[in-house]
Design a protein. Structure first.
Length: 139
């Protein structure tokens, strides 16, 4: 499951490592949360809907599976947020939703955001395609 920053890197083609890693995988194995879709569309709207960037986002969204937020993600959110709070870990609201969605779907969260590495060990599988030497951890 691509986090918003990794999806953005793939869409923009920079840094190139993101697209290189994506190209090495079957497209049917790549997915994003509907929360990430919302963040991408917000970014597009904030920039005034430039046609070229809008086309890139639409093409990306046609190629990846977008998972709807559901009751399993909501249940994972409750447990994840409680575990993080007990450990003193604070993620942004949307990051917490995306992380919970990855937990619920048993997906590896692909992100360059180091905050996700603060989630208590064994809960969230994380991978960073930009710093391959810092691949993160898996559960």
């Amino acid at each position: 499951m691509l986090d918003t920053n990794m999806a953005s890197y793939v869409i923009k083609g920079h840094p190139p490592e993101a697209r290189e890693r994506l190209a090495a995988l079957p497209m049917d194995s790549i997915l994003i949360s509907a929360v990430t879709q919302a963040e991408l569309l917000y970014g597009l709207a904030r920039k005034g809907h430039p046609a070229a960037f809008g086309s890139l986002i639409k093409e990306f969204l046609r190629r990846v599976q977008v998972l709807p937020w559901d009751s399993a993600a909501a249940a994972a959110y409750g447990d994840l947020r409680a575990s993080c709070a007990a450990s003193g870990v604070a993620l942004g609201a949307l990051d917490m939703l995306i992380a919970a969605h990855a937990v619920a779907t048993k997906s590896i969260l692909v992100t360059h955001d180091k905050a996700f590495r603060l989630v208590p060990e064994g809960i969230l599988a994380v991978e960073d395609w930009i710093n391959a030497g810092e691949a993160g951890r898996t559960k």
